[in-house]
Design a protein around this ligand. Structure first.
Ligand code: UTP
Length: 277
């Protein structure tokens, strides 16, 4: 069985769409209801049986590390009150997961952040969660669905995809490919474009923030050149592997909220508040 045991969280970005708050508070600590985005991500990893959490952070993101540590004073202050239950989930994550951190020295793009995480991953396939894409599903979580697919394609990288309105393709990595076998959710990728114009986009199938990557991605990332903004794009590295048939795209079951934008973040809070409060 091809088991994924580590999940990488690249969380070193500046979160400029959320300025001014991200001057002092990491985007990943912004709450959906009272729970920060990063915790939803860690819980999704746990739902897929992954407890080794590798965070690529920056010197501005100390709050994330602090969050995944016990807080004896607060625990004592709510002990025996109705508020005690608010800490059950975070304390469960702290107890069950092992958290490791590495700093990305400069914000040189998602591909560079993933490459920076290599010492925490080693030479094995791993999951990646971008916590600002909040994924919710009543059944198996999106990462759980992808880990299951990985069993059938252990030598391939897998990207989660979703259909987006054609006038929004320029915000995403867009894939093209052929549906595999009888499936209507799994594609063999043969082309990928980073943020194409609607005219240049081959499809409206957008990559969202869930990946399963083979260790081969590190070798490819080491050779991937920066784009015109000086960023190393994971899409460019994946395109190199797609040329040899080693990238699968998966149309997942569930809902995704783009919490990296203020509009998507407000939508997630509004919808989930209606459903849960
Ligand atoms: P985004 O493109 O959303 O960038 O990164 P950002 O800095 O977080 O936010 P904006 O666009 O300025 O508002 C996608 C993911 O990649 C991580 C981010 O933390 C986020 O999880 N990332 C991006 C890094 O870890 N390092 C980078 O150099 C760039």
């Amino acid at each position: 069985m091809a088991i994924i045991s580590k999940c990488l969280f690249p969380v070193a970005g500046y979160g400029t769409r959320f300025l001014p708050v991200t001057k002092a508070i990491p985007k990943e600590m912004l709450p959906i209801l009272a729970k920060p985005l990063i915790q939803y991500g860690v819980e999704e990893a746990m739902s897929a049986g992954i407890y080794a959490i590798a965070m690529v952070t920056s010197k501005h993101k100390g709050a994330i590390k602090e969050y995944f540590q016990p807080h004896p004073e607060i625990e004592a202050s709510v002990a025996g009150t109705s508020k005690q239950s608010s800490l059950i989930e975070i304390n469960n994550a702290i107890a069950k997961c092992e958290f490791n951190y590495i700093q990305q020295p400069q914000q040189q793009g998602l591909g560079h952040a993933i490459y920076t995480g290599q010492p925490l991953i080693g030479n094995e396939s791993f999951a990646v969660i971008l916590p600002d894409d909040l994924c919710i599903n009543d059944g198996a979580s999106v990462l759980e669905q992808m880990c299951e697919l990985h069993q059938q394609h252990p030598d391939c990288c897998i990207v989660a995809i979703e259909e987006v309105p054609i006038d929004e393709v320029d915000k995403y990595g867009i894939i093209d490919g052929e549906l595999l076998g009888n499936s209507n959710t799994v594609y063999r990728v043969d082309n990928m474009l980073e943020k194409p114009t609607p005219q240049d986009a081959p499809t409206n199938l957008a990559i969202i923030g869930r990946y399963i990557l083979t260790a081969e991605i590190f070798t490819v990332l080491a050779k991937t050149k920066a784009d015109n903004k000086g960023e190393i794009q994971i899409t460019d590295a994946l395109m190199t592997l797609a040329k040899t048939g080693k990238v699968i795209a998966y149309k997942f079951q569930g809902r995704r909220f783009d919490c990296g934008s203020v509009k998507g973040f407000i939508a997630a809070n509004t919808i989930l508040a209606k459903e849960n409060m």
